[in-house]
Design a protein around this ligand. Sequence first.
Ligand code: HEM
Length: 394
Amino acid sequence: MQKPSALSELCRKFIGTGLITAEGDEHKRLRKDSSPAFSFRRVKDLYPVFWDVSAQFTAGVAQQLAKKEASPVVEINHWANLATTDIIGMAAMGKDFGSLKQGQDHPLIANFEEITNPSTEKVIYFALNILGLSQIVRLLPWRMNKLADTISTNLYSICSKLVSQKQTELASAKPNTHNDILSHLITTTTLSHQQLVDQFLTILSAGHGTTSVTFTWLTYLLAQNPEIQKRLRSEIHQHVPSPNEPVNGDDLASILQSLPLLNGVCNETLRLYPAINIIYRNTVRSTLLVGNVIAAGVQVILSPWAINRDKRFWGTDAEEFRPQRWIDVDAETGAEKPNNSGGAESNYANLTFLHGPRSCIGHSFAVAELRCLVAMFVGRFEFEMADPDEVVIP
Ligand code: HEM
């Protein structure tokens, strides 16, 4: 299976040929080069970064709430976006993008947002391109063509400068002093400048909005389930060091990984609200899918949303928010510990991060980041929906 070529072509315009858009041997090579940067060990080393930015995030929200004229209503997705941007800046290139401090997006993210924030015009532009009509679209006197060109040039030029800066810094740095993903790629692979820029853009685009939207859904679910919110806060207060206490990255990782309800809430949100809810593929040769012969060149749509909520895999309460399904209870002692299956028999019942050679390379990164953001935020604030009657439509 491969991604439909029109979709890849459109993505390539903005993020070049990186892990998301490459196919075949090129993808295999990039994946092999990049995987060590996302290993469990490296993600563990990033916990202090996740923790530090999470503390800035809650401090920023607290400051907004403390302003006399401010209403106690916070647009949580905006703050979550700033936090995940700063995390990806530090983790991907060791650079503080300063979004939380300035309360606004870094120019790179502002450009991504400009092209991805939904409007009817953009939806039509993307739909026509994905349908393979890019040649015709380009001929139209349409401001979307100009906007897309400007954004693509901006993204490339900002990233290219950042990559060049990093290359210069590394040339005179002592070994092992730069722990970020880009430094890893520069020092351990033979990727060209252009390939490094593409990889960097890919990681930024894949790695910030996905986690922030998951965090936002998680706060929504906890606002709907105040009892679970309260129990989670008590678990956090009991076991997690306060933000002012110094904590070593390995200890923090071990504590957060072991908390049953924290992991249950994160996993259950990831199951119910997968950030990528539809995935498109084309068959490259004829194949068998669940016993059906599928010819070459047929488009297949995978829906993590549908699979993750399927009653055949998750039981009759599949649509319900039940963090408990991710917790094992010892029959004798009553002790609780997190499990990784949610009680489903097959790994494939959960497609949030996909599986196989095109699965999310940032899976452990995202879960670690989410644990830190949630522990810090829920530990500090009690929250509810600004409008309890709002009907939230994903
Ligand atoms: C909750 C957060 C996240 C979710 C739900 C998620 C989900 C996914 C999914 C479903 C794919 C497969 C897409 C496809 O093939 O069509 C994917 C790919 C990818 N993700 Fe994530 N992701 C998340 C966070 C991250 C983070 C934090 C990073 C990087 C720091 C990242 C980097 C990538 C990359 C580079 C790919 C392409 C992998 C390849 O094709 O080899 N993701 N992600």
